[in-house]
Ligand binder design. Structure first.
Ligand code: GLV
Ligand code: MN
Ligand code: MN
Ligand code: MN
Length: 384
């Protein structure tokens, strides 16, 4: 199964480009459809483009769901997302081999546009489903080519008018568990192949707009310039020093400079600030400090998520004493947990400790341990 997804959207340098609704994403969605079909699962696409493959009928009673996403960050790694979807199908196979029936429907999910690489807002599929993003706002978001999400959906044969909260699909999800490659070093440091999520840090993305005046790079005296690159550069440095001082993390990794000519002082700089940390106030204070010289707009905000501690502890025990770890990475599981779904996450060790990069990795033995752990977790959740 892994081989079928491993090459989709991969460039010569080994990085992945799997923007939501791109050709690579559509190919992976078709792969999902085929995997569901091969297993006789009932394939449904909800109004927000999330895919569901059901073993059993969730209209009769809510099911236990597992899955993740198939889109990637730009130049991303192989495992962030796909490992959770491939493992979900593998866990269904394992439960069937073991002759286990959970007593409730079992669903495999693929959430749309988890990374927000194209339109800026992460976990778009689960946010729309649970009503934490306005469908009008989603439809109007633009990608780097200036295409709106509505345009892109139409081109992909979807109806943008259908986007929005989906009580029917929400009702089908009695519980959710997402398996994910670990994106930091916690499991390496603890020498553990598998971990269970305890919490997700509060995190968000902000757009910072710096406006100046475009002018000639050779003829404009320094004293006469209004160069937005200067406050932008100060904001980047401020993000680093404020993060160190406040004990959080902050990243500026996407910048748009207009007009972008080497010999013209820019008229406008747009930068995106990603900030996260244990302490929500520290994150918000950092954003206020860093954005002081800019016009600031919040593109997404995800409050702290505490996964159900008793469920997490039970899972950790059922998985042979797997460690409980917190994470600064966002996940659809966090959006569902915030919407009141009993939710858990299983992490698989990443021996490089690097993620959102082609260097992200997971060893086959750890992936197999992950599938076994996921099958056990599904049994635990079915007992909720
Ligand atoms: C998703 O991977 C995120 O936390 O940015
Ligand atoms: Mn239904
Ligand atoms: Mn990611
Ligand atoms: Mn992910």
């Amino acid at each position: 199964m892994w081989a079928a997804v491993a090459d989709v959207g991969r460039d010569a340098g080994g990085g992945y480009l799997r923007d939501a609704w791109s050709a690579a994403d559509l190919e992976l969605r078709e792969w999902f459809r085929q995997e569901a079909g091969r297993r006789g699962l009932d394939l449904r696409e909800d109004r927000n483009g999330n895919l569901w493959a059901w073993w059993g009928d969730p209209d009769t009673r809510p099911g236990v769901v597992t899955g993740s996403h198939l889109d990637s960050v730009r130049q991303g790694g192989a495992f962030d997302g796909p490992l959770g979807v491939v493992s979900a199908f593998a866990a269904v196979d394992l439960l069937r081999e073991q002759g286990v029936r959970l007593g409730v429907p079992l669903g495999v999910a693929c959430f749309t546009d988890e990374e927000g690489a194209r339109f800026g807002v992460p976990c778009m599929g689960s946010r729309l489903l649970t009503g934490v993003v306005e469908p009008d706002r989603a439809r109007g978001l633009t990608d780097d080519d200036g295409d709106t999400m509505a345009d892109v959906l139409r081109r992909a044969g979807r109806d943008p008018a259908a986007l929005g909260p989906d009580a029917e699909t929400r009702r089908h999800i009695g519980a959710f568990v997402e398996l994910h490659v670990e994106q930091g070093r916690a499991l390496i440091d603890m020498d553990a192949p598998i971990g269970v999520a305890a919490s997700i840090w509060p995190h968000g993305r902000w757009r910072l707009d710096f406006t100046g005046r475009a002018d000639h790079a050779g003829t404009t005296r320094l004293a006469d310039r209004d160069d937005p690159m200067i406050p932008f550069a100060q904001a980047v440095l401020a993000a680093r020093t404020a993060a160190e001082r406040r004990g959080v993390v902050a990243t500026v990794a996407k910048v748009r400079v207009s007009p972008g000519s080497a010999n013209a002082i820019p008229g406008h700089v747009t930068a995106w600030l990603d900030a996260r940390g244990e302490d929500e106030h520290a994150v918000r204070d950092l954003v206020a400090e860093v954005g002081a010289g800019a016009q600031v707009g919040c593109e997404s905000w995800s409050p702290r998520v505490e996964f159900d501690p008793s469920l997490a502890a039970r899972l950790a025990a059922a998985l042979g004493g797997a460690p409980l770890i917190g994470t600064g990475a966002g996940h659809d599981a966090g959006i569902l947990a915030a919407a009141g779904v009993p939710t858990a996450m299983v992490f698989v060790r990443n021996p490089t400790g690097i993620s959102h990069s082609p260097e992200e990795h997971a060893e086959p033995a750890d992936c197999h341990a992950g599938v076994a752990a996921l099958a056990d977790a599904l049994k635990e959740l079915a007992d909720e």
